[in-house]
Design a protein around this ligand. Structure first.
Ligand code: HEC
Length: 200
């Protein structure tokens, strides 16, 4: 047989095989699964997903929801180990450094957080004249400039926002850590602008 002819046959065969395979691979009945080639490996095709909060035989304690290993923390979350008292506030003031730097973006976010969560009591400018304090919330008046916050480090203020103080509640569950720090940056700008008017 001449070689050119053999080559032609080989090529035609190859082309037919490719065509056949592509046609076959398109063979499927709508709304039905494709043909299972390896039925003994079915567990790989149809893995049984465990429902949350169910009993499960895979784990030793037969629970689907596993307890996270000791020391696990959610991503982006810094655990705090301070007590909710004066000692805790002082320690936080000494040890915690504001991870956020004042930039137009962080200050803009800080303003949103402060306006949303702090102004009801502390007022738009932190002057202690929010609608809640005006109605006689105990603990007021404390303004932005004449109060103690200007003397305290950021970590100390972070502790107040995180754990609350006196009648001020904790905002740990409403404001994420990053935003608490940004609100403090914004508070600093309020103190700066309030200073000339109130300090002798
Ligand atoms: C429900 C009202 C209320 C809200 C909302 C509130 N605070 Fe306060 N805040 C208080 C009261 C009351 C005090 C005084 C607490 C005390 O008696 O120790 C206080 C005290 C403070 C102090 C200490 C001031 C000083 O000189 O002693 C800081 C700082 C502070 N708040 C920051 C914030 C920030 C930041 C927010 C927003 C995340 C916020 N607060 C939201 C009521 C509130």
């Amino acid at each position: 047989m001449n070689t050119a002819f053999a080559k032609k046959i080989q090529l035609t065969g190859l082309a037919l095989a490719v065509l056949g395979a592509s046609l076959l691979s398109g063979c499927r009945v709508e709304r039905e699964p494709n043909y299972e080639w390896l039925p003994w490996l079915n567990h790989m095709m149809f893995s049984s997903a465990a429902e949350t909060n169910t009993v499960n035989t895979i784990f030793k304690n037969k629970m689907t929801n596993q307890v996270p290993p000791a020391g696990t923390i959610p991503r982006g979350f810094t655990p705090l180990h301070y007590t909710a008292d004066d000692a805790g506030r002082v320690a936080a003031g000494e040890q915690l450094v504001n991870p956020e730097k004042p930039t137009p973006e962080t200050l803009a976010r800080g303003k949103v957080v402060f306006t949303t969560f702090c102004t009801p009591c502390h007022g738009t400018l932190g002057a202690g004249d929010g609608p809640v304090s005006k109605r006689g919330m105990p603990g007021f008046p404390i303004g932005a400039a004449e109060n103690n916050a200007g003397k305290w480090p950021d970590g100390y203020l972070f502790h107040i926002v995180t754990y609350g103080r006196g009648v001020m509640p904790s905002y740990a569950s409403q404001i994420k850590q990053e935003d608490r720090w940004k609100a403090i940056l914004y508070l600093r700008t309020l103190q700066q602008s309030a200073k000339p008017a109130t300090t002798p």
